[in-house]
Design a protein around this ligand. Structure first.
Ligand SMILES: [Ca+2]
Ligand SMILES: [Ca+2]
Length: 232
């Protein structure tokens, strides 16, 4: 069945899709000998972060508070963005007045917009990663800028001209079926890779220690449900 069908099946017949918080959880599941992949509860749900600011724990967070801002302002997004390309893009940047997600370690984004205590925006040159730019803004001003309405967007667009800039939003990808962020992962080397920007659900494999892969949520897989809630 698909991932959404698996979630519904587990909720109707047990409690939810399987959640794992450590290797002991993974080792204690009794599995059939004849499967290759099976859905587990981990999902990077597009409806919580793709062109939306939601309360879900994998949606966009403000650098200044680490909190999500449900229904918050959004600039126009670049075509096809945000796309969590190669499962590596979890920071927001601006280019030509549009937002897009980019790899937080990217060295191609050489500028950032900081904000000071008077809510003025300041363009700074920073040959740094997103967190490097954030640290610089915190040291010299207050934080990376978050843009909260159309007039702030206009001010930032006028400020940055043609530069590529970091702004103060990031997110933590993936959450469990019950909306909790995962602090434990068991990915296969090279996974997750969000192949073709289409893989947002997670299977475990039948390899030793059952490492995980991201896969298209509509693909047909076996499923592992759980009975009872695990404590975070
Ligand atoms: Ca992107
Ligand atoms: Ca994959």
């Amino acid at each position: 069945m698909t991932w959404p069908a698996a979630q519904q099946f587990c909720r109707e017949n047990y409690d939810d899709l399987a959640t794992f918080t450590n290797m002991d959880d993974i080792r204690r599941v009794t599995r059939p000998s004849d499967y290759i992949y099976a859905w587990i509860g981990l999902i990077d749900d597009l409806t919580s972060w793709s062109r939306v600011m939601s309360a879900k724990s994998n949606s966009w967070r403000r650098s200044s508070t680490d909190s999500t801002s449900p229904g918050g302002f959004q600039a126009p997004w670049e075509k096809g963005e945000p796309n969590f390309h190669m499962a590596a893009e979890t920071c927001l940047m601006m280019r030509n007045g549009l937002w897009l997600d980019a790899n937080c370690q990217s060295n191609n984004v050489n500028f950032a917009v900081c904000v000071n205590g008077s809510k003025d925006f300041i363009l700074v040159q920073s040959y740094h990663t997103w967190s490097g730019a954030r640290d610089f803004c915190r040291k010299r001003y207050v934080d990376l800028a978050v843009i909260e309405d159309a007039s702030q967007l206009t001010r930032v667009i006028n400020l940055i001209a043609h530069h590529w800039v970091w702004i103060g939003f990031y997110r933590q990808p993936f959450l469990w079926s019950d909306n909790r962020i995962t602090h434990f992962t068991n990915w296969i080397n090279g996974e997750p890779d969000n192949k073709q920007n289409r893989e947002h659900c997670t299977v475990e494999s039948s390899l030793p220690e059952h490492p995980w892969l991201d896969a298209t949520c509509e693909s047909i897989q076996n499923v592992i449900c759980q009975r009872g809630k695990l404590c975070a």
